[in-house]
Design a protein around this ligand. Structure first.
Ligand code: 13P
Ligand code: SF4
Length: 332
């Protein structure tokens, strides 16, 4: 065998157990293209003393084959705080990498592509938050983690979709400002009865779902269980059987074992939950998050090889932003 062929044969042998995790999603002919990067990433992780935190929206080969920790944004934040390794690679979007850096500032945090943003984070600036405060004096500001560190720094407390209700209730006030996701704010207002002053930010993935989509899905797939992310418009959440964070949706499928399910959220999430729940059949309307999809095995490998792109937060912003995130983590 030529040396190159022998190398590839060795890579395929080493990665064979990992292929078993994703064989239902990745055809055998495509696997060698992934296997080489996966093998290199596993070696680089050991050399760099690095861990990879991956969001539930990452593609199956990242989520299942190279990640050390997977979860929703709340889980990734909690786990980032506990990381003892020297380097954290965040396979997700920029605000998640910033949150990891805020919570574990002595670690080097890398984001494989700086363009991995978020339409919600883009929708608001720190100056906007100051204007909201000036307009509603004394009303506490709850900021979704899907924001920049500068916006978090202007906030009293952060929340994720996994704890928004508890965070709002923990404040014990009749009125809060909740930024920047208008639909999450409206969904939380309905759940808590607390009056919520919202901002007109939207997730470009979830705002596309409509109540008509839900009705069509039900008509075409009798008995299908509909799960929605709370970034969806309230009229969509109202028609769903359950709404929750990405982790809550995944847990719902594992616990309830529906015969047929549709997840009204980002596309790759269904792939990952389907791999863990082979008895459930998934209906798949596919809305991709272009920002999440910026992260690939190739740029994770480069991130580790070249130690880029390091997340750095202005110290003037980091202190108050950290306090808002830590205050959120104290809410149980
Ligand atoms: P989760 O916190 O539910 O994982 O959501 C993050 C996100 O970006 C959803 O679009
Ligand atoms: Fe942002 Fe929406 Fe993408 Fe989540 S799915 S990262 S909220 S744009």
């Amino acid at each position: 065998m030529a040396p190159l062929d022998q190398n590839m044969a060795d890579v395929l042998e080493r990665t064979a157990p990992l292929y078993e995790r994703v064989r239902r999603m990745i055809p055998p002919i495509e696997w060698p293209g992934f296997a080489e990067d996966i093998d290199a990433i596993l070696t680089l992780k050991r050399e760099r003393r690095a861990v990879i935190l991956a969001h539930n929206y990452q593609t199956p080969e990242i989520f299942n084959c190279v990640a050390d920790v997977v979860g929703d944004s709340l889980t990734l934040a909690r786990k980032a705080m506990e990381v003892e390794a020297e380097v954290i690679v965040l396979a997700g979007v920029h605000f998640m990498a910033e949150t990891a850096k805020l919570l574990n500032p002595s670690r080097t945090v890398l984001i494989p592509d700086l363009r991995a943003g978020c339409s919600l984070a883009e929708s608001i600036t720190a100056a906007d938050v100051r204007l909201m405060r000036a307009r509603y004096p004394g009303v506490p500001v709850v900021t979704y983690v899907n924001t920049s560190a500068a916006v978090k720094a202007e906030s009293d407390i952060c929340c994720t979709s996994g704890n928004a209700r508890k965070v709002v209730e923990s404040l014990g006030v009749p009125r809060v400002i909740m930024l920047p996701d208008e639909y999450l704010a409206q969904n939380v207002q309905r759940e808590t009865g607390v009056e919520i002053i919202a901002w007109a930010g939207h997730c470009e993935v979830h705002e596309r779902f409509t109540p008509e989509d839900v009705r069509t899905l039900r008509a075409e797939n009798p008995g299908v269980v509909v799960l929605a992310h709370p970034e969806c418009p309230p009229a969509v959440v109202a028609e769903a059987d359950f709404a929750g964070s990405t982790a809550a949706m995944s847990d719902y499928v594992t616990a309830q074992r529906p015969a047929r399910v549709v997840l009204l959220t980002e596309c790759s999430m269904s792939d990952n939950v389907a791999l863990q729940n082979p008895a459930t059949s998934f209906v798949r309307p596919c809305n991709l998050c272009p920002h999440m999809k910026r992260i690939t095995l190739g740029n994770i490998r480069t991130a580790l090889a070249e130690m880029r792109h390091e997340v750095v937060i202005d110290p003037a912003v980091a202190g108050p932003a950290r306090r808002a995130v830590e205050r959120m983590l104290e809410v149980r």
